[in-house]
Design a protein around this ligand. Structure first.
Ligand code: SAH
Length: 355
């Protein structure tokens, strides 16, 4: 089991590697192996989802955040960030426009903003589900108590995105302030899964201090946790953080990892992220061609979009704008894919849910 091709083949056959093998696979990244894994990943994705690409309407509900994740542009400690919060009415309006445009999943993402209590969120989720019973509601609102996750689920939320950020405790500590812990993040993910959400984890590629060993641990965690969704995007520096002079993560490596994650879990919902589109022209198309099957155009009102600046130069005027959906459809058709009007739930497979 020495050659990188042997390892790649093992991944294709068994959807599982040990951490050392994942590390070798990442270290051995080269165009040929990337092409091989891409072809195999696309085959697997095609066997489950055909050539369909699911779209999600992303609504950035607030950039007010009590946390201070060191890489993030909207961290609470950033005094240069102009804060905003959408009202429940504004969020509902965004869903109404989104429905017209063909979105059947609404993703509410935001900083950890205390305004959004369980009570306010439950009422809002209930209203969205009542008006649009054929739609999924996805939340991405950070760490909350198990009771809170349960209430939001009972109110009708279907999915929850909470990137684990890194599966390595030491690296987690370098990217977050002392009052945050990997243990709590993982506990949240476990709770979300037990409650019954479709759950998404994920991480940044090329985050400061990240090594290939760290990424290998992320892949092993993803293999074992069996998430329904997985957000993987390059790190992009933000000017108001201590990491402002760090390099952005590589689009090619991100695409390689998308192929690997597709091969680990053929049924997973895998977005080609905005960050990927930000670091490279046509990054999103490359992501889809590497094994991703989801794109999340932005449905937030214009005024909010500019202020939800997680990182510098975040795209918001091209196909990442939900109102430019026709353009996105054309781009996807151009590479042989079809954007569909569908809720786009994960396809459960006995293989993925075996214990
Ligand atoms: N408060 C929510 C949403 C966070 S923003 C939560 O805690 O889950 C969504 C994701 O953006 C984060 O999980 C992080 O992985 C990513 N992100 C933040 N800053 C970034 C940066 N500088 N570059 C790339 N991605 C970033």
């Amino acid at each position: 089991m020495n050659s990188i091709f042997d390892i790649a083949e093992k991944l294709v056959k068994s959807s599982s590697l040990n951490v050392d093998e994942y590390e070798k696979l990442i270290d051995g990244f080269n165009p040929e192996i990337a092409e091989y894994l891409k072809i195999e990943a696309v085959k697997k994705r095609r066997s489950v989802y055909g050539n369909q690409v699911f779209i999600r309407g992303l609504i950035e509900i607030s950039n007010i955040c009590k946390n201070n994740c060191l890489y993030c542009g909207i961290r609470g400690g950033n005094g240069n960030c102009q804060r905003y919060r959408l009202s429940p009415q504004e969020i509902l309006s965004a869903c109404i426009s989104g429905y017209e445009l063909g979105f059947r999943t609404f993703v509410m993402q935001g900083g950890e903003d205390g305004f959004y209590t369980d009570e306010i969120l439950c009422e809002l989720i209930g209203e969205i589900k009542k008006r649009f019973p054929d739609c999924a509601v996805t939340l991405s609102l950070g760490e909350r108590s198990r009771e809170s996750y349960q209430r939001l689920f009972d109110a009708g939320a279907d999915r929850y995105l909470l990137r684990h950020e890194t599966a390595d405790e030491e690296l987690y500590g370098k990217l977050h302030p002392e009052n945050m812990s990997l243990e709590n993040r993982m506990e949240c993910l476990k709770n979300l899964k037990e409650i019954g959400y479709q759950v998404g984890c994920g991480f940044m590629v090329g985050a400061p201090c990240q090594t290939t060993r760290h990424i290998a641990k992320d892949l092993k965690f993803i293999e074992e946790f069996k998430p329904d969704m997985c957000g993987i995007g390059p790190f992009v520096p933000h000017k108001d953080t201590i990491f402002k002079n760090e390099k952005a993560g590589s689009a090619d490596l991100t695409c390689y990892l998308l192929s690997i994650v597709r091969l680990i879990h053929p049924n997973i919902l895998l977005p080609a992220t905005t960050a990927l589109g930000t670091v490279e022209n046509d990054g999103r198309e490359k992501g889809i061609l590497s094994g991703a099957n989801v794109v999340m155009p932005n449905l937030s009102p214009e005024s909010a979009r500019k202020k939800y600046e997680l990182y510098n130069n975040k795209l918001n005027t091209g196909v990442e704008n939900a109102f430019h959906i026709a353009e996105l459809k054309k781009k996807m058709e151009g590479i042989g894919y079809e954007v569909v009007v569908a809720k786009g739930d994960v396809v459960a497979s006995p293989q993925r849910y075996k214990s």
